[in-house]
Design a protein around this ligand. Structure first.
Ligand code: SF4
Length: 64
């Protein structure tokens, strides 16, 4: 199953992905986003978040 992954080394904490999908992404105490429920939504929503991230921190990952 395809899901979202956030690279914590790249994330600048802009919160854009969280506004696109609060189901998948959640801001962490360190100020970075994390895909807490990476497969919670269809891939088109993840694609939207990937496209919106200003630093290309989000990618698609296989969670099988
Ligand atoms: S959109 Fe990108 S930079 Fe912004 S919080 Fe999400 S992962 Fe981090």
């Amino acid at each position: 199953m395809q899901g979202a992954y956030v690279d914590p080394d790249k994330c600048i904490g802009c919160t854009l992905c969280v506004s696109i999908s609060p189901k998948i992404f959640e801001m962490q105490p360190d100020g970075k986003s994390k895909a807490v429920n990476p497969t919670a939504e269809a891939t088109d929503v993840i694609e939207k978040a990937i496209a919106a991230c200003p630093v290309q921190a989000i990618s698609m990952k296989d969670y099988n």
